[in-house]
Structure formats: structure tokens, C-alpha cells
Design a protein around this ligand. Structure first.
Ligand SMILES: [Fe+2]
Length: 104
């Protein structure tokens, strides 16, 4: 998406976010290592679909300005899904086996 963006600011935003994401992955790998747990995960079909949608957008031959807007929309969809997923995991982490929330 950074390569497809024409705005220098948008390219930079995508590149910065990619570095942030790489850092998040490294931190998660460290946490799994500390917990002596296997970090192997599953493919998220919903995210995969959002990525395919972004790839389709990039193949539509849109003008650079319209493509930048479409890329922002595609990225926002991924980010909102990510936020919802992490928010749910965070909330679920506070729930005990009996379904009650743990005291903070
Ligand atoms: Fe993200």
C-alpha cells in the first residue's frame, strides 16, 4: 500500500505503521518466549478478505488522488478490525472461567 500511494505523507504513514507493526510482532514473540508458549497462530479470514479487497482496489486503475483516498479507506477497515479484535481480547482477558470479570 505504501508503494501504491502517491502522496508522500501517505507513503510515510504506511511505512511508519509497518515499522510499528513489526515492533508489535517482536514484542509478542518476546512475550510468548517469556511465557514459554508457542506463538503459532491462525490465518484470520476476515483480515485476509480486507487485504484482498485492498489489492483489488490497487488494480482498478484509479487516478493517484482517488487511489490514495481508497487506500486510506482500506487501511481504516483493517485498523478498525484490529482495534475491535484487541479490545475484545483485552476485555476477555479480564473474565474468569466462571464468566465473572476479575477485579483490577
Ligand atoms: Fe495496525
Amino acid at each position: 500500500m505504501a508503494d501504491a500511494a502517491s502522496s508522500p505523507q501517505l507513503k510515510q504513514a504506511f511505512q511508519t505503521h509497518l515499522k510499528e507493526t513489526d515492533g508489535q510482532v517482536k514484542r509478542l514473540e518476546q512475550i510468548f518466549q517469556i511465557l514459554q508458549a508457542d506463538p503459532a497462530g491462525n490465518t484470520c479470514e476476515a483480515t485476509q478478505g480486507l487485504i484482498e479487497e485492498a489489492e483489488e482496489i490497487m488494480e482498478q486503475g484509479l487516478s493517484p488522488e482517488v487511489l490514495d483516498v481508497a487506500l486510506i479507506m482500506a487501511a481504516q477497515k483493517v485498523e478498525h478490525y484490529e482495534i475491535a479484535s484487541y479490545g475484545s481480547l483485552n476485555a476477555g482477558g479480564d473474565v474468569r472461567d466462571d464468566g465473572c470479570r476479575q477485579a483490577a
